[in-house]
Write a protein that binds this ligand. Sequence first.
Ligand SMILES: Nc1nc2c(c(=O)[nH]1)N[C@H]1C(S)=C(S)[C@@H](COP(=O)(O)O)O[C@H]1N2
Ligand SMILES: [Mo]
Length: 168
Amino acid sequence: MSGAVAGAVMFLCLAGVNARAVTQEPVTTTVLSVAGDVASPLALSLTTLRGYPRTTVTVDDDGRSVSYEGVLLGEILKRAGAPLGAELRGNNMATYVLATARDGYQVVFSLAEVDPGFTSNDVIVADTIDGKPLFDYQGPVRIVAPKDARAVRSIRMLERIDVVRVRK
Ligand SMILES: Nc1nc2c(c(=O)[nH]1)N[C@H]1C(S)=C(S)[C@@H](COP(=O)(O)O)O[C@H]1N2
Ligand SMILES: [Mo]
């Protein structure tokens, strides 16, 4: 192979690798579904999520301060038409939010504890860590519950949120 051909092949290989790194972020495909007892089920892409009001939280990871950015879970639930604010009373108080991940892991929040109109909380659906996309084992999106004493509910690889109204 001549030097010029080898150079061209090298260039195309690097360009291919680079293109894959760029398209790795599935900006228009659905990364998170919001369903269940909501008025308007959502299928959110990273692009849509990035257009919502953003919240940053800082958590301690073994002594290192890590910054996650995303959207308040309560904000997403509001857009899905979950009963929040003044509607969060009576039978609606027995409503929970079931989060499911790609690996099958599931966690639950009560609807009241993620409604900013009910109690101050900053549970977010994060899509960046220290300004960069989440790692594969974490994302593309995860919940971060910074006020929990342990990270057990900060569900990684979040795929689905179901709102479950126990009392109809
Ligand atoms: N999908 C998924 N999320 C998960 C878990 C899991 O097993 N699967 N483990 C939880 C536990 S026990 C912890 S401590 C944190 C760890 O998150 P980190 O790797 O960002 O520190 O993820 C939480 N989220
Ligand atoms: Mo854990």
